[in-house]
Design a protein around this ligand. Sequence first.
Ligand code: NAD
Length: 273
Amino acid sequence: MNIQPLAHHGAARPLAGRVALVTGSTSGIGLGIARALAGAGAHIVLNGLGDPAEIEATRADLAADAGVEVAYDGANLIDPAGAVMMVGNALARFGRLDILVNNAGIQFVSPIEDFPAERWDAIIALNLSSAFHAIRTAFGPMKAAGWGRIINVASAHGLVASPFKSAYVAAKHGIVGLTKTVALEGARFGITCNAICPGYVWTPLVEGQIEDTARARGISREAVIETVLLAAQPSKKFATVEELGALAVFLATDAGASITGTALPVDGGWVAQ
Ligand code: NAD
């Protein structure tokens, strides 16, 4: 179906009529960003893995709560063809793609000498290459429309490193570089590209890391939270998915038109140190 463009471009629903695709939005930060964009009036394409019945319930709830169209695409983004088809499906369904949020990501924590090569390949494929394939496919239509917003969910680990996260830190630094390049290529076409760099946010991904880090360092779960995770975060608070959603909405509105090529920390002061 073709969605009517920008019917109610007011302050309360500043993204009304826009279409946003958020990768990895069946849980955590991606779902928080999808909720915020939907709340601002954008139609949404959800993506991610998970239980089909739970995903359908999430999709239907979001559509009912926000009063927007919500589609779901189950593309596995480890596969480059998945990203290309997902963007194509969004364009075919809605006739436009205004906002692309590359958020899907996985983590693996291990000393480098034990780091499994297949985990390295999977993390680079999902956390970095899938964004390239999605952007590459969406860019032409955004250029033709003269408007686009690309938001890459990087990490504080896109700006600084921690031990035992070689693949993740490499992928996140990579996506910050990709962000800058895409910003330069989009600058004359009304397309912005920015990276959001969260510190620790309480999501299923972090929950999994607590166990892995405890094993890698030989310490308890509580010690990981206090002395490893929030040790780096001067606020001593997890960032929230709502804060990240609000930032994504801001970047996607007209107020964000001149913000491009940035890597914005949302980390309670972590990378200021
Ligand atoms: P999460 O595990 O809650 O969500 C990850 C999402 O990615 C899920 O929807 C999952 O289904 C999807 N996904 C996983 N493998 C996929 C695949 N092969 N194809 C398509 N989708 C797939 O994680 P999260 O914490 O919400 O993380 C989201 C993003 O935020 C990631 O890029 C992560 O690196 C980044 N991030 C998270 C934190 C944090 O503290 N949680 C901090 C900084 C950056």
